[in-house]
Design a protein around this ligand. Sequence first.
Ligand code: ADP
Ligand code: MG
Length: 470
Amino acid sequence: EGVEKYRAISPAEFFYKYREIAGFSNPVRALYQTVRELYENALDATDAHGILPDVKIAIRKVDEIQEYYRVTVEDNGIGLPPDVVPNAFGKVLFSSKYVLKQTRGMYGLGVKMAVLYGQMTTGRPVEVITSKQGFKRIYYFKLRIDVNRNEPVILEKGTWRKTRDWHGTIVSITLEGDWARAKPKIMEYLQRSVVVTPYANIIFITPENEIVYYPRAISILPRPPVEVKPHPFGVDLEMLKQMRDLNTSETVKDLLIKNFQSVGESTATEVLSRAGVDPSKPAGSLSEDELLRIVNAIKGFENLRPPSAKAISPLGREIIVAGLSRMFKPEFVEAVTRRPQVYHGHPFIVEAGVAYGGGTPLGEADKPVILRYANKIPLLYDEGSDVTTFVVKEDINWANYSIVFPAPLVVLVHVCSTKIPFKGVGKESIADVPEIRREIRLALMEVLRKLKIYLVRKAREEEVKRRVVL
Ligand code: ADP
Ligand code: MG
């Protein structure tokens, strides 16, 4: 009879084994995903902090025989303090983005997956050079991940004085890749990305030494997101217990006021009275039963303000219009930003844009070209299972807008939220959440009405011209 073998594995070992769920399934996807993870970190370190991004991406083939590629991404962002660099790049599930604020990254996984893939295929460590604004020194690290322990191993480190006022980060990862097959995807990814970041300077140097340059087209940034406290809609027992354990000497009333948005004196008092808990009781003395009563009292509370949208950073009409104009040189372009909404307690905003005619590519027989974005990240794969595709195919009556397919039409949909309901950790498609689906439909209808006005007027003018000619 067989003997069961039991053991626990570390997060690093788990993601090393199941790397395909994070998009690292083969050398094609791995090269694409590595570029993406480094590039998205570079943008998070710049635009979310009020810095106009200057980002340089270079891919070099570094071995004569093997398909080894060194991917280097340099940004002018906020940099990292030297003491967090090892964990940021060498400990799976370590992040500065586990806060309530819109960012491209959210799992604390991306760069570590690239580091892991690099070390398992080429044995080369990650190299990081970084300095923060106002720091006098630049720091340099070479490290790899101890997979069994999920800990960084520092192989080399150094520091030198800054001779110019540089701040930012340069990350290099060497991995086995398949450039020939990854190239179209990487190019497409960058093209789609720069549509929503016309305020960035992006330089991409390919292994063939081709230089692809997207110069800054507009010098305004989206309003940076501001971290917020959790909204009581999302409360559960575990959350309250963690708050209690961090603030044991606080009174329970202050605990609620300090840790949640939309909870002030009167709400806290009312919640505690409904829960039958003395407001002046120290948090540390609360039993699990009392905490559960508080959770239920909060959930039953009707008059709370909806979650704050300060944590969300939409692009805004001007940036979308600038991005679409630069990319497609269309004859008509327009965009809308909807008001904040809520799903499952999470605030979100939907934006939509259209480009029509001019250099706009022709869509398919039954739909326009769809550009999907979530928190400013382009989504390329799994289009068929994305909520935006459902809306485009099922919820919009295109004939109403004088559109006959195939049409020279691009529609752009951007969903931003403190929590995007991605269908997988590879972040390729958004789940069909009714509240989000409805907003996407309304955003598209709003922007398509503007296109229709343009098309109707254009048809009328052409009609007049024809009559004049006859
Ligand atoms: P995530 O982006 O989901 O947080 P990553 O593994 O990609 O996870 O990155 C881990 C952390 O390292 C980030 O949360 C960020 O704090 C830091 N980091 C990574 N790249 C950069 C960069 N280019 N500039 C500044 N900080 C960075
Ligand atoms: Mg990241």
